[in-house]
Design a protein around this ligand. Structure first.
Ligand SMILES: *Cc1c(COP(=O)(O)O)cnc(C)c1O
Length: 400
């Protein structure tokens, strides 16, 4: 652990993070250490190994090797004020473990109504059975979260912006209320990738990333991470170890390779995303663009206040039309794949319906919603592709 070096700028830390000489040897990157058994020099050495449970000490494969330690340290370095990072085989595994580490049966969890749906499923299917009740809040609640707190409230799980509908939350206000009540705050920071939003610095106790998205950046690895304030470090680390969570050195290596170029990729995702979003906002077939950097997005002012930039993932609402029109738009796009996940170098388009995943708020829109992951292609090519798609949509919508 390095405790989050804040003496250099983030782009520099993305290059230097985790590159300790004792882990990399004489080469630039830490090698892929494939290991279950670590061999000790002696019985005394074996016993000494038990004395410490921190990254940087060989113990057994489940506690990782320099490949995983380097990635964890580099991720910690991205969040000033953080103490350490645990790695997980997926973003969902990271969320599940972080919640298990702070909740107990009988507790109440507050969760944003705009949360990623597998997070909701985990709460409804697993946490409920385990005796934890989840109550959902309007993502725009801000300091009004105070009215939802009861004696049993133990934790608040935020996701800002939501990854389907992009409401930006007042994370500092929610964290301030939580601190007054001794409640733990967790943030799914995947959209901002710890790059455009510094969670711990804004008061969050536990920052979670689906590294699968921007950290890996190449659509080829599943990964999750939990980065915590010192206060929660031991609890999260122990829980992850008790659950046997470990990331393979090969996946850690690829994630670290992705991380090294995060700065240039995020700036390009931002530029491409904004170019496409602004163009869409001017199209007659488009009712609204839900992009945190554009004024139509709920919480846009908070984004301006708290974020240093915008990722390349956003949605737009079409002006009417149904299933057939949506398919006409998306099916024949040449440069946008149809698929889940996002944050990769390639663009994706996905039809989405937030309605069934809402209980505290109601989703109201002029028409169907499409989410775009803007990759690293030339934005003019993406716009030309979408222009043809909107023409097909218009024809299909008119036929109805
Ligand atoms: C994808 C995603 C996750 C889950 O990550 P996986 O690695 O797919 O398990 C969590 N939160 C958000 C916001 C996501 O988009």
């Amino acid at each position: 652990m390095s405790g989050g070096k804040s003496d250099t700028e983030l782009p520099t830390r993305l290059v230097t993070g985790g590159r300790r000489r004792e882990w990399t040897g004489a080469v630039v990157n830490p090698p892929v250490w494939r290991a279950s058994t670590h061999l000790y020099d002696s019985v005394a050495d074996l016993r000494a190994g038990k004395a410490s449970n921190e990254d940087g000490r060989f113990f057994y494969g489940r506690r990782g090797s320099p490949t995983q330690w380097a990635l964890a340290e580099a991720l910690t370095d991205m969040e000033p004020g953080a103490h350490g990072t645990m790695l997980f085989p997926s973003g969902v595994a990271a969320i599940a473990c972080a919640l298990l580490a702070v909740l107990r049966p009988g507790d109440v969890l507050l969760m944003a109504d705009s949360s990623y749906d597998p997070t909701r499923i985990y709460a409804e299917a697993f946490l409920k059975k385990w005796g934890v009740e989840t109550r959902y809040y309007d993502p725009l609640v801000g300091a009004g979260i105070a009215d939802l707190i009861c004696e049993q409230t133990r934790a608040i799980l935020m996701e800002s912006p939501g990854s389907l509908t992009f409401e930006v939350q007042d994370v500092p206000a929610i964290c301030a209320v939580a601190k007054e009540h001794g409640i733990t705050t967790l943030l799914d920071n995947t959209w901002a990738a710890s790059y455009f939003f510094r969670a711990i610095e804004h008061g969050v106790d536990i920052a979670i990333l689906a590294g699968t998205k921007y950290i890996v950046g190449h659509s080829d690895v599943m990964l999750g991470s939990v980065t915590t304030h010192e206060k929660y470090w031991t609890r999260v680390r122990r829980t992850a170890q008790q659950l046997g969570q470990i990331v393979s050195p090969d996946d850690a290596y690829l994630a670290l390779r992705g991380l090294r170029t995060l700065d240039v990729r995020m700036r390009q995702h931002q530029d491409g995303g904004l170019a496409v979003a602004k163009w869409l906002a001017d199209q007659p077939q488009v009712a609204r663009v839900l992009h945190p950097a554009l004024p139509d997005c709920p919480g846009h002012e908070l984004w301006r206040r708290d974020f240093s930039g915008a990722a390349g993932l956003f949605s737009f609402v079409l002006d009417g039309g149904g299933e057939e029109a949506i398919a006409a738009l998306i099916d024949d796009l040449a440069l946008f794949g149809i698929g889940y996940s996002w944050g990769g170098y390639e663009s994706l388009a996905l039809p989405i319906d937030p309605t069934p995943d809402r209980t505290a708020t109601r989703w109201k829109a002029e028409g169907p919603l499409v989410r775009l992951n803007i990759g690293l292609e030339d934005p003019d090519d993406l716009i030309a592709d979408l222009a043809k798609g909107l023409e097909r949509y218009e024809k299909a919508a008119c036929r109805r």
